[in-house]
Design a protein around this ligand. Structure first.
Ligand SMILES: NC(=O)c1ccc[n+]([C@@H]2O[C@H](COP(=O)([O-])OP(=O)(O)OC[C@H]3O[C@@H](n4cnc5c(N)ncnc54)[C@H](O)[C@@H]3O)[C@@H](O)[C@H]2O)c1
Length: 337
């Protein structure tokens, strides 16, 4: 089967492309390369351009009318940058995505999987969030994700589209076959920073906040291997119509599903697991929480199990070792200026 992946030149989109290919499917990538890497598009069907370029999207579907479903990963994703540059974030993640969804419905391509985020949940007392947990997006980035969920939901009820919003928790690791991984020169995510500290590109790893109401005082997250995440997308796209049947409400046109492991790991536990896999201690220190930090959350993964027939398989240690491996080889794969 053939699928459109917007943002397919990015970290998660390119991993989804690999997972689709390994399962015998054909990804078609639409990516502007605003942050993505041309290296991840090699030997793949690739349209270089913007999701809001309706003429390009029309040409893409005219040339690939057999696309079964679309996964919309394209977005800007750096939370602090969204605080300092909200215009760019609302433009890229909201305005352009609205145009893109409208083009999809106009052309009759009505199956959409949307990359959403656990960043839109409020903190709950036991940190485990179901899809019904209260929403409180605290950054412009998280608000763009929430807004696009609402837009997709409204488009589904008005235009006969069907949408599945997948709320990702904290993706880590790299493609186990090392075809792709984190590509930004300076990682903003916790594991990327650990790898950079271990490999000497960063002097010290800061554990930001150690007075949260968690078991050891550090923040709690749900680290999910990016390969597991990609497999969940394969399920959502290939079984798209069945997922609605399994949800027990085929009349519903919009579903929300958490993608996490179902268990929480504190930052301190992550650092300890990292040191165990790496085989030595890294230079680390405690620091105050950054503005906007929260204690965190982890997923209730029951809905993903029941509706997608998927669960995360890979242990956190593999996420760490794949990230380390990728950190060593990526300079040879990606050309940084
Ligand atoms: N990485 C995470 O921790 C995380 C967590 C939750 C949700 N997500 C979501 O997953 C998706 C993918 O994230 P990622 O980590 O792979 O990011 P990424 O930056 O690696 O990939 C995003 C891709 O989208 C492309 N893009 C951005 N705007 C575009 C536009 N207007 N037109 C065409 N292409 C455009 C970029 O060039 C890039 O290749 C995003 O929607 C993000 O919000 C990511």
């Amino acid at each position: 089967m053939k699928f459109l992946i917007t943002g397919g030149a990015g970290y998660i989109g390119s991993t989804i492309c690999s997972a689709l290919e390994d399962a015998g499917h054909t990804p078609v990538i639409l990516d502007s390369l605003i942050t993505g890497r041309v290296e991840f598009t090699r030997n793949r069907i690739f349209y270089h351009g913007d999701i809001a370029d309706a003429a390009l999207v029309e040409r893409l579907f005219a040339e690939h009318p057999d696309i079964y479903a679309t996964v919309h990963c394209a977005a800007l994703i750096v939370v602090p940058e969204s605080v300092s540059s909200p215009y760019e974030y609302y433009q890229d993640n909201v305005s352009k995505s609205v145009e893109f969804f409208y083009t999809l419905q106009r052309l009759g391509y009505k199956r959409v999987v949307f990359s959403s985020s656990a960043a839109l949940y409020d903190v709950v007392p036991d940190f485990m969030v179901t899809e019904e947990a209260p929403i409180k997006p605290i950054s412009p980035y998280a608000r763009t994700k929430f807004m696009m969920e609402m837009v997709l939901k409204d488009f589904c009820s008005a235009y006969g589209m069907k949408g599945i919003a997948l709320r990702y928790f904290n993706p880590i690791g790299a493609d186990p076959q090392m075809r792709s991984g984190i590509h930004v020169p300076v990682p903003t995510h916790v594991l990327g920073k650990l790898v950079d500290t271990a490999q000497g590109r960063q002097a010290v790893f800061e554990i930001t906040g150690n007075e949260w109401p968690t078991r050891d005082g550090t923040g709690i997250r749900d680290y999910i291997h990016v390969w597991d995440l990609a497999q969940a997308h394969v399920k959502a796209m290939v079984d798209f119509d069945q997922v609605f049947e399994r949800a027990g409400s085929p009349a519903d046109s919009y579903l929300v599903i958490n993608l996490g492991t179902g268990s929480g790991v504190t930052v301190l536990e992550l650092v300890q697991a990292f040191e165990k896999v790496y085989g030595q201690e890294i230079n680390k220190r405690f620091a105050p929480p950054r503005p906007g930090d929260v204690a965190g959350s982890f997923a209730s993964a029951d809905r993903a199990r029941d509706w997608l027939h998927w669960k995360a398989e890979l242990p956190i240690e593999q996420g760490i070792s794949d990230a380390l491996k990728w950190g060593e080889i990526r300079q040879g794969i990606l050309k940084f200026d």
